[in-house]
Design a protein around this ligand. Sequence first.
Ligand code: BGC
Length: 752
Amino acid sequence: MTITPAPETTPASVSALTLEEKASLGSGAAFWTTKAVGSVPRLLLTDGPHGVRKQIAADDHLGIAPSAPATCFPPAAGLAQSWDPALVERVGAALGVEAAERGVNVLLGPGVNIKRDPRCGRNFEYFSEDPVLSGDLGAAWIRGVQSEGVAASVKHFAANNAEHDRMRASSDVEPRALREIYLRSFERAVRGGQPWTVMCSYNRIDGVFAAENRWLLTDVLRGEWGFDGAVVSDWGAVTDRVASVRAGLDLEMPARAGSDDQVVAAVRDGSLSEEKVDLAARRVAALAHRARPRRPEREDASRASHHDLAREAAERSIVLLKNDGDVLPLSRSGRIGVIGEFAATPRFQGGGSSRINPIRVDDALSAIRQAAGDAEVHYAQGFSTSTDEAADDGAQLDAAVRLAEASDVVVVFLGLGDHDESEGFDRDHIELPPVQLRLLARVATANARIVAVLTHGGVVRLAPVTAAASAVLDGALLGEAGGSALARVLFGEVNPAGRLAETAPIRLEDSPSFLSFPGEHGHVSYGEGVFVGYRWYDARRLDVEFPFGHGLSYTSFDHRDLRLEHTATGVRAVVSITNTGARAGREVVQLYTALSDTRVSRAPRELRAFGVVDLEHGEKQDVVLDVDIAALAHWDRRVEGWVVEGGRYLVEVGASSRDIRVSGTITVDRRGDRPAFTAESTISEISEHPAGAGILSALLGGSRSDDAAGQELGMDLARMLASFPLNRLGPFGTPEGAGRLEQVLTALNSED
Ligand code: BGC
């Protein structure tokens, strides 16, 4: 992949501009465009992320006019299930080609927000509940798009994990969770993908709008992560342009009357420094020079090969959740009953700003008919998503049951419709529509061989499905070619290899943020801290319907012989994977780490690396997984920095977060700053320092044993005293004692 070098810090095109011109570079000309100013060309930005949504007609103020046909790739909820960065990068490159051919300079994606709660209406646009998976897939997407000279815009930065009240609410996240979960996803996408733009979110973070958050947009994004591009606002996220420019926002979108004048006035009255305006203008100019698509615009930008890629991506994104009695793959003889509206009229993407006008859509029913060979295929709609779903359609239901009775195997398509979930609102439950569950139950009494195929953006409660169906294929949302992809998996032309990127809980009430979602009174308290997704279910030892990382195959794999070694940047794991089954297949190898001897609250296991391997039957290959040492760090608020705890780490490699096949340990040295010792440090903190324990006992003298004194009081005195701050201990209470303590602390703090 070609990486365009970082822009010059002072494009010549900006130095000659007036203040008014520089200010005008920092806001849109219309809904999707920026202004051409001097020699700085205009930019065309469009959504994103899973296709190019370029409006055909003139901009309307809501940006909802029809868009030109474009390939609709699987949205992130589907694509993430591939766990395959190389595939995601190819999808990104194809998106880059289509954007370029339509004259688009910036494609608004990927969305790398963490799926904090199953109810978030926009989970279909996000990759995962885990920051490593989410961030690494996001980075791959960015590299792909930008290889075509089109800028990516990683969004929505940051802690935008609910749709409810998204334009006002404050996400109140404690520092460890913010750093280790929510920002880590962005950090990996930014470091690994080097995006040319980042889109800040609507919400506040700890009370400060993302669009006005200097700490976020400047200190962390640029200062710590080295981001060298332009920060763009989410559409309509700016309420105070001057405050935003001050914080490090470069481009307000879309156009807003008077916004540039406010900037000019603030510079003139001295409340905003002109340097900030220069900086923003230079970054927008640099973006405008950098984001120059590598190929010319074409009239007819439809590409058959992109439909094939969309199908390949969909195939790789399908998860086989269950396959009792090897009901799948289907045989190409006998009678196959296909039931459910989604088979004939697929739902393949979510609703809202990412809605693509697809070039062509494959429906599963036609694809099944085509692929069925000698099998007879019959269809019954069963239910309708367009009518009131509370009521059964008796005639449709009866026809479905009759079809099930007359079939050798039944494939039932179930899922959420457009009105059940979309951008802009959150769900308040995770149930499939009751009419569909009633249909499934009836059909299952008529035929024991049921295959359920699921369509949904957000997670659904699966117990009623797994109870009724022998096999379950989870397609999430698969894009325009999902129908043919499903048929190929159903008949075994493709061996499924997708894995869940989000835990499927048994009940919504089990989920980590159940009690604090979507927040109230303008605040969302992220009370579950770092325990998001599987980190929570594992720490609470809760059963789940299907764990994070789960997915079956038509073949089987053996994991063995884990070798761990140190590298210059971290830890390398090598594991031998053998395809022990009868057909070729792909294994997704997942590496988790744990540290039991820890001073901080940690999940029992955390994903640190993953990889895919394609194996013929009987074939064996070594898979290499590298873990950067930084991935093991936790955030220490006392030192405002990352700390890697020293110790013996457990490294687990397996086929899901709850299917660990092989493990080993490796010792890692401590890294990171230590908080300075103060008079408020506790006995236990001082005792942890190699020299601390000795110094303490010398200072405190050989007083009578804690044991004896404790026995009199009926308590473990040593443990109680461990949390005593030093300055509350008698010997250090006097001026002379305090002086001696000060000397000791100075000595300890000067040691390494
Ligand atoms: C969404 C963004 C989108 C933008 C432009 C906003 O409402 O949050 O994801 O890119 O609109 O359509």
